[in-house]
Design a protein around this ligand. Sequence first.
Ligand SMILES: [Zn+2]
Ligand SMILES: [Zn+2]
Length: 489
Amino acid sequence: MAYVQKINSLLIQSIIQHILYLRCVKTWFIQNKVLISFEKNSIMKKNLLILSFTLLCHLQSIAQKDIMSQINAIVEKEYPSLDEIYKHLHANPELSNMEKNTSARVAKELREAGFQVTENVGGYGVVGVLKNGEGKTILVRADMDGLPIKEETGLAYASQTITKDDKGIDQPAMHACGHDIHVSVLIGTARLMSQLKSQWKGTIVFIGQPAEEKVQGAYAMLKDGLYTRFPRPDYIIGLHASASLPAGKIGYCPEYSMANVNSVNLTIYGEGGHGAYPHTTKDPIVLSAYIITQVQTIVSRQTPPLEPCVVTVGSIHGGSKHNIIPNEVKLQLTLRSYSEKVRQNTIESIRKICKGLAIAAGLPESKHPKVEIDNETGFALYNNPELTDKVVKSLKSAIGEQNVEKVPPVMAAEDFGELGKVNPPIPVCLYWLGTVAPAKYDESQSTGLQLPPLHSSLYAPLPEPSIKTGVKSMTKSVMDLLAEGYKPT
Ligand SMILES: [Zn+2]
Ligand SMILES: [Zn+2]
């Protein structure tokens, strides 16, 4: 019997039982002449109503436990295969817009789980649709790309991959943001939803999204007809690995939870020459050093202290030898904010600082730094509060109230929110999946030593409890959202 039907049927049965029960009680009181105006005895009526309500809740919780015991059993059965998939993905990461093999694996697994699968949606995007009668449509998203980082975890299944990036340059690659966990959870949830098909009605759309790390993939999939070629969802949910929560725990953050991001490319020009004759040159390395320190004052001296803002220079390249002053230096920056005003002010201030310092260095206008705003631009993630509330209830029922906690917003960024920024908007909710080995987490709590964060070459999630918690929580969330829209015929 379907999960929703079971709950409905238990509720109806219980209401009938309670009406009969109340009648019996009343009859007994009348027969035994104990009834001294039962109708007027509001305390007794109130108590009986409370008793009835408690029993209803109890029956609902039996139905919830029943579905969770099925979910738990299937997760145990599927885990060895999910573990193999995870370790394969971890050892074979692919960079943004290069997710050829990962997307093929996602497509194969979704097909085997009974989904109708379309590949190459917005690049290497994969869309799997499973229709199962009338009801709501729920979209679940996993991002698939790795990062150009050399893995240093020392794990047996650590990545040794060296691959070409989208500019054809050799790069090491690593799943340092846990997207391999996301894909494994997506595949696991797909298998569970398929095996539990008799327990739900509606449509599920599972997507493997490319190029999240470049904040491009969600938009590319939308542009390629995600909601016109495939069913438009009522709700969109996803999860992201957390490097600060222990495996087995989940964090959630209603409303704004992740930041605006802008990537900025700077080319700092100079007039090169001999390192021994600096007075005959305009040194772009010294100018870059001034720019790098000066842009930090945008955060400390130009942004209101209560407004979040981050300016990070993540890459600097210039020069070829000790004694040569080069002609140019290239910098790559990431900017984070929540308000549009702060975002715009930060970009404008970078332009002003670059221009002002170039003038001070004596460079002509034609050699002022070039400031380019990259297309790696994304908007803050807003978790719809009503949807988050529903999802949190499901998370708690899936893994226990004590394992779900509210966490503060962060300055990391995601293009997940883009999926809901359509007309009319679609509510989205992304939650944090704990992945840190509990012993390492406890050690860090007691010593104060920092755990390796996301994007660190040392980030090593603990697969089993992380993936199991991810699949259980995601399956329960999808089933509950579908149950909400179930219309019995
Ligand atoms: Zn990332
Ligand atoms: Zn990520």
